[in-house]
Design a protein around this ligand. Structure first.
Ligand code: CA
Ligand code: CA
Length: 389
């Protein structure tokens, strides 16, 4: 506990100092756009509690028109918040396998929701032989947002064990693919095994579920056709920057939570074998081939980073373009500023977001405000709206 507090204090004392920067070798000159960005004022933040009395709200997204839609992990519910009221969406809760860190998880809204009413969820599930998996399904909501009808299991068979390290985050990217971040199920061989869908980011066609044609192994056979990047531990956040680059947020072992810039076909270097050997590095350069270094890491101990997304809008001043990262254990939101090539420039952790306990997810609302979910359990969880004053 003492070491956790120490890490928290370090971040608190040094909000403007890169923490354990792990970018590429510092050969390049400081690009001008970042220098300009740093002169913008840091906005004062207003935090409003939007929804109360929740349990582990795992993901929240905005629907066109401003309603919110969110999942709760253990209750396995899908709900809509509209005109001040929360309403359950009729959804087959019994189809969700809930165990440990697994249940109803990531949620994404189709960019064409206005016309197709489609959403995507990631959930623990039951397989025919009495086993479990984690899988991604597409659903259509009715016009009144009361009922969800399943269209298709897009991809499944992600490994599971006790429910630990179940992942699983979803993002429709600007080129229309569905990006999926998965957990390694706390099984050591999964991250580096190209034919296990655990410990990966995956890309697929969001309508057919087919592997995305640009995937590095798309022309081969088997599960590896879905793999975009591999060698991850537990991807709990995926985000796209305004320039189209894709990023992951990952939980470390006892050290080194990571933010990674995703490179198609990249190996992110986690190989906790034999068994589930968590003493190995989060990015082990001694593995065969090249391992991609993290763009930010927590050092020792971890902050338990979870979801996150890029902040978008001039009203955010110096935080415009930063990656907002939810922290469970450290109970805060980090704002990481990277320059154009992806080198870490600043870490900020506003005080006003340190009073809500564990933070699970940060996403953007329609008007650029941030939506934040907490992860404390016992009907104490909330969804917050954060906006610059
Ligand atoms: Ca790594
Ligand atoms: Ca190597």
């Amino acid at each position: 506990m003492r070491s956790v507090l120490l890490a928290v204090v370090l971040v608190l004392l040094a909000p403007a100092t890169p923490v354990a920067a792990a970018g590429p070798p510092a050969a390049e000159a400081e690009p001008a756009p970042v220098e300009r960005a740093e002169r913008k004022p840091l906005p004062k933040l207003k935090v409003t509690t939007v929804v109360r009395h929740l349990d582990h709200p795992w993901d929240v997204k905005t629907l066109p028109g401003g309603a919110l839609i969110f999942t709760q992990r253990d209750r396995a519910t899908l709900s809509v918040f509209k005109r001040g009221k929360v309403r359950r969406v009729a959804f087959p809760r019994r189809s969700v396998w809930v165990s440990g860190e697994t249940g109803l998880l990531g949620l994404e809204v189709d960019p064409d929701f206005r016309t197709n009413h489609r959403i995507y969820v990631c959930q623990g599930g039951f397989t025919g032989n009495g086993g479990h998996d984690v899988h991604v399904t597409a659903w259509t909501l009715d016009k009144r947002l009361r009922k969800a009808r399943m269209d298709k299991v897009l991809v499944g068979g992600f490994p599971t064990s006790s429910g630990r390290h179940g992942g699983c985050r979803l993002l429709v990217t600007s080129d229309g693919s569905l990006l999926v971040g998965t957990g390694d199920a706390a099984q050591g061989t999964n991250p580096e095994d190209l034919d296990s869908l655990g410990g990966k980011t995956l890309r697929l066609d969001r309508f057919t579920g087919a592997p995305w044609p640009e995937n590095p192994f798309a022309a081969e056979s088997g599960p590896r056709r879905y793999v975009h990047t591999y060698g991850h531990r537990n991807v709990q956040g995926v985000a796209e920057r305004a320039d189209g680059t894709l990023w992951s947020i990952e939980q470390g072992t006892f050290r080194d939570d990571e933010v990674n810039l995703l490179v198609n076909g990249g190996d992110y270097g986690y190989n906790p074998v034999p068994g589930y050997n968590e003493s190995v590095p989060m990015t082990d350069q001694s593995l065969p081939g090249k391992q991609v270094r993290a763009r930010w890491r927590s050092g020792n101990p971890t902050l338990a980073t979870s979801g996150g997304g890029f902040v978008d809008g001039a009203k955010w001043g110096a935080l415009d373009g930063a990656l907002a990262v939810a922290c469970l254990k450290a109970s805060r939101v980090l704002f990481l500023t990277f320059d154009d090539p992806g080198k870490l420039k600043r870490v900020r952790a506003p005080r006003v977001l340190r009073h809500y306990g564990r933070i699970r997810q940060v996403t953007s609302a329609e008007n650029g405000d941030l939506l934040v979910t907490t992860d404390n359990g016992g009907r104490r969880d909330v969804i917050l709206r954060v906006s610059p004053r």
